[in-house]
Design a protein around this ligand. Structure first.
Ligand code: ATP
Length: 361
């Protein structure tokens, strides 16, 4: 039995998670998919009601009682400082030590990539972003704030252990997927201390994966390359800051925020899946949010739980919807959030490859 904590959250979060849960419902009818989920009341509503963002007991239960967490989005105009989002999301990332931020950037239909070329259609890049240190480690401070003598220091923290484990996760993924190229991205010319560590560790770990070609690129060159020859890259590993930027670029090149899913993982221990998009208050409550990113998170979650074949059927359902031009307004379609979810649920119910799977295959 796999237990999933579902945190719908704020804004469009509950709408897209409603559709993700609909898909979980269909899948749980499969005799091999022993799934159970529970909704969690975490987000702006609870914070405004009780003053609590997330308690120690919540952290403890989320860590101990579940195999995975599925999160919609956090962010609400009524909480301008977004302290609840910071406490919940960053809290879970750091307390569960979710050091891998995995973001697939796959073009599913050329119509949805702004790259109007056959190369754009062939983009299938898997980004591994270090998720616990780098420039986002929170080391630094400011003095003489608000004066002309203000000094602000934001350190870039890179540890041997931190670099080694994300590099290894990327190599493991490349090997598991039968990939033959892994690219490490840094800025070693301008940031030689961090770059030196990353390059040394990358070379060290590469000795154990001799079947995989390695490549090292500066982040500025990579940003250009993702646009110029997106079909060239397969698996990319990089720091927290560079990964944040490159994966948003990858998201928009591969179909936009409504399609981009992500996983935050501590391999072998904890995993949290969330769409890349936020709470989008501008479209919340209108039934206009694209639920595909949330539903593709379900596909990643299934793969994480060891049911890659089922995740592949969810991806195939999304693919079929795109081919039939079923989509919300962000994709140029006229379907509502619920209509897309229902279409995908129906497609899965009728997917013989899902239901007649050779159980020993
Ligand atoms: P937050 O502060 O929670 O990050 P945000 O509005 O600043 O929210 P996003 O939610 O990431 O940032 O989205 C930016 C814009 O992209 C939204 O205003 C919305 O118009 C669009 N958008 C995001 N997600 C979706 C989606 N799933 N479907 C359709 N449009 C979306």
């Amino acid at each position: 039995m796999a237990r999933i904590a579902v945190i719908p959250g704020d804004g469009i979060g509950p709408e897209v998670m409603g559709e993700a849960v609909r898909i979980l419902g269909v899948l749980s009818e499969h005799p091999e998919l022993d799934l159970e989920w529970e909704a969690w009341d975490l987000g702006a509503e609870r914070f405004l009601r009780s003053g609590v963002t997330i308690s120690d007991e919540d952290f403890h239960r989320l860590a101990e009682d579940y195999d995975a967490i599925l999160l919609g989005a956090l962010g609400d105009p009524r909480v301008p400082g977004n302290e609840h989002a910071r406490d919940i999301l960053l809290g879970l990332r750091f307390r569960l030590d979710l050091y891998v931020n995995y973001r697939p950037c796959t073009v599913r239909h050329s119509r949805h990539s702004p790259l109007r070329s056959p190369l754009g259609a062939a983009m299938d890049v898997h980004i591994f972003r270090e998720n616990t240190e780098g420039s986002y480690a929170g080391v630094g401070g400011a003095i003489r704030q608000g004066t002309p003598d203000e000094v602000a220091i934001q350190e870039d923290v890179n540890t041997y252990k931190g670099v080694e484990r994300i590099v290894r996760a990327a190599f493991d993924f490349a090997r598991g997927r039968g990939g033959n190229r892994l690219t490490m991205v840094d800025k070693a010319n301008a940031m030689p201390a961090a770059g030196g560590l990353w390059r040394r560790v990358f070379q060290e770990v590469a000795q154990e994966f001799t079947e995989i070609d390695t490549e090292v690129m500066y982040v500025d060159a990579m940003a250009m390359d993702l646009v110029r020859r997106p079909d060239h890259h397969q698996v990319v590993v990089t720091s927290n800051l560079f990964g944040d930027i490159l994966s948003d670029l990858g998201a928009v090149l591969s179909g936009g925020l409504g399609m981009a899913a992500s996983a935050n993982v501590h391999p072998g221990r904890h995993a949290l899946f969330e769409p890349v998009h936020g709470s989008a208050p501008d479209i919340a409550g209108q039934g206009a949010a694209n639920p595909m990113a949330a539903i593709l998170c379900v596909a990643l979650l299934l793969e994480h739980l060891g049911w890659r074949w089922a995740g592949a059927r969810v991806e195939a359902a999304v693919q079929a919807a795109l081919e039939e031009d079923v989509g919300t307004p962000d994709l140029g379609g006229d379907a509502s959030t619920g209509q897309v979810g229902l279409w995908l649920a129906d497609h899965l119910r009728n997917d013989r490859n899902l239901w007649e799977r050779d159980t020993h295959g």
